[in-house]
Ligand binder design. Structure first.
Ligand code: UDP
Ligand code: MG
Length: 318
């Protein structure tokens, strides 16, 4: 029985050694399993790659794939899935926020045969900024409301999966990847394992507010067509709202014996209506633009990632 552990790394020189020593400690306690550690260097600019190479020189279980530039965590995870061969596969962050100590329990649950994957979810958010927790909670609500795929609040990408599930993930070769949505979309029976949030062992998070917003919107647009219906609802709203100034003008005309003096109220109303309709139109064009950009990204058919260096013999390039 082989377990593949995929570790996406971007500028993780500060946390890699602590992570690797914890990983090897946990694996040695699980002596009955064979392990492969696949480190994906996502175009790091620090010593990440040379540290991974040092691991690989002294440990046959370590393989690495180094990208030509930063392609993002989603591309790194996809490269890991495509190049894994374990019966069980897990993705783990390199900063210890996905505790390796949970692995034995996760394997035990999968071995019971009842589940296809064991996913982890944080039940606390100690150490995370209030603003990030606030937006994360709202994101889960909006995502679950607008898409048919459901994400559990606090869900992490860290999950141990059976080979069948990994093959299903690989078969979803879209460029706009949003793993939490993909896991939900492909189905399979999942056991949710709760744990308390662990703070990063060293270094800094690679996500800022702008990146998180972009990622959240990409997730919603990738898994829902519902935003495309918003222009339709806005059109109905405009049609209904247009009745008010019309009624006012009719009333004004009747009470003033059809003398349509252009009062300031009438002109303000017209200006308001024009601006509102204009805003709705631009908003609708913006939504269409998002989808067109996504379609454009897909049809260009560019690779998910470009491999610059690897110690794998037959590296799968997608
Ligand atoms: N990561 C990556 N590429 C990126 C950003 C992040 O491979 O462009 C890796 C990073 O090295 C870490 C994991 O993804 O192993 C999670 O990143 P981070 O800890 O910054 O995210 P957070 O935990 O703050 O959500
Ligand atoms: Mg982290």
């Amino acid at each position: 029985m082989k377990i593949s552990l995929i570790v996406p790394c971007y500028n993780e020189e500060a946390s890699l050694c602590a992570f690797y020593s914890e990983l090897t400690k946990v694996s040695s306690e699980m002596g009955e399993y064979e392990f492969e550690y696949i480190f994906i260097d996502d175009g790091s600019k620090d010593k990440t790659l040379s540290i991974i190479k040092d691991f690989a020189n002294s440990d046959k279980r370590v393989s690495y794939i180094s990208f030509s530039k930063n392609f993002g965590k989603e591309a790194a995870m996809y490269a890991g899935f495509c190049n894994s061969c374990g019966d069980y596969v897990a993705v783990m962050d390199a900063d210890m926020q996905d505790p390796p100590s949970l692995l034995p329990k996760m394997v035990e649950i999968l071995n019971s045969g009842e589940y296809d994957s064991v996913a982890t979810r944080r039940v606390t958010r100690h150490g995370e900024s209030k603003i990030r927790s606030f937006f994360a909670n709202w994101f889960y609500r909006v995502f679950n409301h607008t898409t048919d795929v459901k994400i559990v609040s606090g869900a992490r990408d860290f999950r141990l999966m059976k080979r069948e599930m990994v093959d299903a993930i690989i078969s979803m070769c879209e460029k706009n990847r949003f793993s939490k949505g993909i896991y939900g979309w492909i189905g399979f029976k999942t056991y949710w394992l709760p744990f308390d949030n662990v703070e990063r062992v060293a270094g800094k998070s690679k996500w800022n507010v702008k990146k998180l917003f972009r990622y959240s919107f990409d997730g919603i647009f990738s898994f829902s067509n519902r935003p495309l219906k918003i222009p339709f609802y806005l059109a109905i709203l405009c049609a209904c709202a247009s009745i008010a100034p019309l009624a006012y003008m009719i009333y004004h005309a009747i009470t003033h014996c059809f003398l349509m003096s252009s009062t300031s109220i009438t002109s303000s109303l017209i200006l308001f209506a024009v601006l509102l309709v204009g805003a709705f139109c631009l908003f609708s064009i913006g939504i269409l633009g998002e989808y067109i950009a996504k379609i454009y990204g897909e049809v260009k058919g560019r690779p998910h990632y470009i491999v610059a260096q690897t110690n794998k013999k037959d590296v799968v390039k997608k």
